[in-house]
Design a protein around this ligand. Structure first.
Ligand code: HEM
Length: 199
């Protein structure tokens, strides 16, 4: 049964890719095609980071374990869309001109924040398998807590790049902070339960 749910989540996760490919195919990207692709993939990266962060609270709230089995796939999709986003900027916008890209990373703080977030996603993607989880033991959990920092860096990147209307990035920030608070609360409760059991 879980296998089918996983397949559904996988197919649903491909929809943002299909949408942008259709727009490219039907030449429907609007007056600024590169900007359209960058914004589409950037927004979906943040959304997939939020979906990934939501799985643990959903498991705790609903008492259903199935949510956790989607977490790894959603995290990998976040990395996938972040890489497409980064490649749109480095490849389509800058034709992989490393000098210009490095200059941007140093001089534009929003590019620096975005690049750091993407870079920090690499070790998480590389260690996402069950094998690595067993190999790294308790360090795996510590490493994967980086996802909160990555999400916040992603929002800071968004806040720094928008010039006027901060509504959208602030909505993302509130959602991420609520998920972070939920995590801290659940961990506190788990610790209390553990202490009560011992005493
Ligand atoms: C986890 C990493 C990242 C996240 C979550 C993220 C998220 C976003 C979001 C939400 C937007 C704005 C979309 C909109 O206006 O609707 C955006 C725009 C942008 N991002 Fe990222 N981003 C990330 C990494 C990067 C990286 C690594 C680069 C390049 C090195 C980059 C370059 C850009 C650029 C140039 C824009 C602005 C496009 C424009 O309006 O002209 N981002 N990103």
């Amino acid at each position: 049964m879980i296998k089918y749910f996983r397949l559904i989540v996988f197919l649903l996760s491909l929809i943002p890719l299909i949408i942008i490919l259709m727009k490219i195919f039907f030449d429907n990207l609007g007056p600024e095609p590169i900007k359209e692709i960058t914004n589409h993939t950037g927004n979906w990266t943040l959304l997939f980071l939020i979906f990934t962060l939501s799985m643990s609270p959903l498991k705790k709230i609903t008492n259903i374990n199935i949510w956790i089995s989607f977490r790894r796939m959603l995290g990998l999709f976040a990395f996938f869309y972040a890489s497409l986003h980064m490649l749109t900027y480095t490849g389509l916008d800058y034709r992989f001109d490393l000098t210009a890209i490095s200059k941007d990373i140093i001089t534009k703080k929003y590019i620096f924040a975005g690049f750091t977030a993407w870079f920090l996603l690499i070790p998480l993607a590389l260690t996402s398998s069950k094998k690595m989880m067993i190999l790294l033991k308790h360090n795996w959990k510590k490493l994967h807590r980086l996802i909160y920092l990555i999400s916040i860096l992603g929002v800071i990147h968004f806040i720094w790049l928008v010039k006027k209307d901060l509504t959208e990035p602030l909505i993302y920030l509130i959602i991420i902070l609520v998920l972070l608070i939920l995590r801290i609360r659940f961990n506190k409760n788990a610790l209390l339960l553990f202490d009560n059991k011992r005493s």
